[in-house]
Structures are given as structure tokens and as C-alpha cells.
Design a protein. Structure first.
Length: 320
């Protein structure tokens, strides 16, 4: 097996010492191995990881499995996922150093930091995992359309314009203001969508559409609490439009793992959405504006590394 560690240096901004420590741990571990086959790469701009991984796969011995370690946050994970989804004989491991690491929380929040332990992660087995497909792009965790996505885009813009300390001090206020503004914007909170889910029509005005492959978002369990990335299905939530105050209450309940009364939840394999106005779309940590989007589940598309024999059904048991 060939092991490729792909670092996102931006995830360690101001913490070079932390990245140096991980690099030392990797080197120390593989120096104890017989005929180690590993490399360390740095993805310094978006999508560079895709090129890096293609080159590493091309250099691998015929028939060898190439295991990619995404070291950082959601952005490097998205890039690594979209690279390996196009190659056979590849596996993906998450080494979490981001702010939320939504996907790994399905194994239990107490286990997330265990994935930072290189000696445990390298010999761990992988498990078959579904992904969300959109055109040539893939997402591991979820797709949001509507109020949540619009607020997240604006929050990201504000965050990039402030230094880290200022954002921490004002983050709760800024987050609330963004949701407040989005909920009171009828063009976002009551957008008209033409929706086809597994050939059934669900068209209407919605404040939020959530297509989930996993149950977590922004570090918290969502109303799609039963979403599991190995059942060959997508969990879809449609939150019907309402007045602004009720929209805010509904969004809060859903974001805290509840299922509001005006929420339709179902399972499906594909969904197609059209709107006459551009939609606010968040695909994992990617932000898109478009009038059309078609999503489908690709069952068992990737092999995700799960240490200590962890498996997805453990998350289902924890939710019961």
C-alpha cells in the first residue's frame, strides 16, 4: 500500500509548530516500518490536491492501493474526495484539523480526535461509503440550499475580512445577524423550487432544502439524524416557507436535531431542483450559485478509513 499525506497549510495558519509535529510523527512512524512507501505533499491552493493525487496514483505500482490522508479541514477533504472518486484502488483517511470535521462525527464525537493518531490510522481498515454526486463533483456529507447556505456564504465573506480574534469576539452576533437577514429576505426564505425526487414532484416554496449523506452540519446533529453513508440512499429534508419569525424558529430546531412540523423528510436516490432565480447552494464546504442542480447517491463509491473497527451503524445506535 502506498500512503500519501496531503496537507492543507491554511489549516495550520499561525500554528506551524503543530504541522511540524505531525510531520515528525509521520516520519518517526514510517522509519520503523519495513520497506515504507509514503510521501508528504502540500496543497497550497484549491484543487491542487487533485493534481497531486493524480500524479501519486500514476506513480504507484500496478495493483497497489493508494491511501490518501487529507490533513486539515473541510476544504482539503473535499479536494481529496473529488480526486480519489475518479480512481480505482484508492482509499481516503481524514486527519481532522479543521473547525468542524462534520463527517467524522458520525463515529461519535469522542472518537474524532483519535483520527489524528498516525500510528493507529495507518493500519486501520477502510469501509465502503456512499457519496453525493453532482455533475463531475462529489460531496461526502451534505448539500444545503436556501437560508442556511445564504447565511453561510455571507458569514464566510465577513470572516475573511476580519482577523481571527475579531471574528471570535463577534462570531455569535454576526452569525445571528446573517440568519436574521436571510430569514427576512423573501427571495431566499420563500424561494419557489421545481423539485423532482425519484420521479415524484415536490415543487413548492421552501426556506431550506437539505440533502444529507451524514447527520451532522456545523458540528451539530441535524434533523436528518438518520442519514447514514452506507445505505445507498440520501436523506432529504424540505422545510416549507413561512413567516420570517417562524422560519428562524424552524431553522433553529432543525439545526439542533429536531424535525419541525412544516418539514418533509424522505429518502431517495436522486433529486433534481430548478428555480427561476439563482439558488444559494452549499455542497459540503463549497458554495455555488445556479438555477439548476441534479444530485444522486453513488453507493459504495469510496473507501473511507475507520480506525478501531468503527462502523457507521454505531452512529445510528447513538441516535436511538
Amino acid at each position: 500500500m502506498k500512503h500519501v499525506f496531503v496537507f492543507d497549510p491554511k489549516s495550520f495558519y499561525g500554528q506551524q509548530w503543530k504541522m511540524d509535529g505531525i510531520l515528525d510523527n509521520i516520519g518517526q512512524f514510517f522509519r520503523t516500518q519495513d520497506k515504507p512507501d509514503f510521501s508528504i505533499q502540500f496543497s497550497r491552493y484549491r484543487r491542487e490536491a487533485i493534481v497531486i493525487i493524480q500524479e501519486e496514483v500514476d506513480k504507484a505500482k500496478p495493483g497497489d492501493i493508494v491511501r490518501i490522508y487529507a490533513v486539515g479541514g473541510e476544504e482539503i477533504l473535499f479536494d481529496c474526495l473529488n480526486a480519489i472518486s475518479h480512481f480505482p484502488n484508492t482509499e481516503l483517511a481524514v486527519v481532522p484539523y479543521g473547525e468542524t470535521n462534520n463527517f467524522l462525527r458520525i463515529f461519535g464525537e469522542e472518537n474524532v480526535q483519535l483520527f489524528q493518531d498516525i500510528p493507529s490510522l495507518v493500519p486501520a481498515q477502510s469501509i465502503s461509503t456512499d457519496v453525493i454526486k453532482w455533475g463531475i463533483n462529489y460531496a461526502l456529507n451534505s448539500c444545503y440550499i436556501g437560508v442556511n447556505s445564504a447565511a453561510a456564504v455571507k458569514l464566510k465573506a465577513i470572516k475573511s475580512s476580519l482577523n481571527k480574534l475579531s471574528f471570535i469576539l463577534f462570531s455569535k452576533f454576526v452569525t445571528f445577524f446573517n440568519y436574521f437577514a436571510s430569514a427576512f429576505d423573501s427571495e431566499i426564505a420563500s424561494q419557489d423550487y421545481i423539485i423532482t425526487i425519484d420521479d415524484q414532484d415536490y415543487s413548492g416554496n421552501y426556506s431550506l432544502i437539505h440533502i444529507a449523506n451524514g447527520p451532522y452540519h456545523n458540528g451539530k446533529m441535524t434533523g436528518a439524524s438518520a442519514a447514514t453513508p452506507d445505505d445507498g440512499m440520501l436523506d432529504i429534508a424540505l422545510l416549507k416557507a413561512s413567516n420570517p419569525l417562524r422560519t428562524m424558529v424552524t431553522m433553529r430546531r432543525y439545526s439542533n436535531g429536531k424535525r419541525p412540523r412544516n418539514c418533509v423528510i424522505l429518502q431517495a436516490q436522486k433529486i433534481k431542483i430548478h428555480s427561476n432565480r439563482q439558488m444559494w447552494i452549499q455542497l459540503d464546504n463549497e458554495y455555488i450559485r445556479d438555477t439548476d442542480i441534479s444530485l444522486s447517491v453513488v453507493s459504495g463509491a469510496v473507501q473511507m478509513v475507520a480506525l478501531n473497527d468503527l462502523s457507521y451503524p454505531l452512529a445510528v445506535l447513538a441516535k436511538a
